[in-house]
Design a binder for this molecule. Structure first.
Ligand code: AMP
Length: 177
């Protein structure tokens, strides 16, 4: 893995998407570069190699793109966390607040491994609200969430103390929009 790799070169910045005033950090440009994509997956493998991670959980939809190859390479289970109404089995769910609305996410109850250590993954961490809800359902299902990973971080948007004390690791942070 090249520690001098400049991931910023592979993140498309789209002003005023999905609405005016938001700078959208698009990771499809990472996926379009096998070199950049592999850098992300190998970085995850390196970051968590000594952390006794038993399974990886990921947030629909862009979190899946990074968590799935990581899970396959590590030989550990992948637990999809989906928007309400998509999972056919018995689920654990949680409502959470977005800026102007409410959302709800779900996980298959049977997929949450009791007492195991789960790495929770999304593509981008903004307020942290989605990850907080995901962490809560995994813990309600009896698992532990000792680590959270995002490819991109926007720490200036993070709600204070939201994910404390869980360590959050990102590959690149942006300071302001
Ligand atoms: P949050 O719950 O506020 O941390 O929002 C995180 C989710 O919203 C992630 O799944 C991101 O994909 C998406 N998101 C929020 N803000 C942005 C942004 N500025 N650029 C790209 N994705 C974003």
């Amino acid at each position: 893995m090249d520690s001098n790799f400049n991931l910023d070169d592979y993140i498309r910045k789209v002003p005023d998407f999905p609405k005016k005033g938001i700078l959208f950090y698009d990771i499809t440009s990472i996926l379009a570069s096998p070199e950049a994509f592999l850098f992300c997956i190998e970085s995850m493998m390196d970051l968590y190699k000594d952390k006794d991670i038993d399974a990886v959980a990921a947030i629909e939809a862009r979190g899946f793109l990074f968590a799935a190859p990581y899970a396959a390479r590590m030989g550990i289970p992948l637990i999809p966390i989906r928007k309400k109404g998509k999972l056919p089995g018995i689920t654990l769910s949680k409502k959470y607040d977005l800026e102007y609305a409410q959302a709800e996410i779900e996980v298959h109850k049977a997929d949450v491994p009791q007492g195991k250590r789960i790495l929770l993954v999304d593509d981008l961490i903004a307020t942290g609200g989605t990850l907080e809800a995901a962490k809560a359902i995994l813990e309600a299902g009896g698992a532990q969430v000792p680590e959270i990973f995002g490819v991109v971080g926007l720490p200036f948007l993070r709600k204070e103390n939201l994910l404390v004390p869980t360590p959050i690791t990102t590959l690149i942070d942006y300071d302001s929009e």
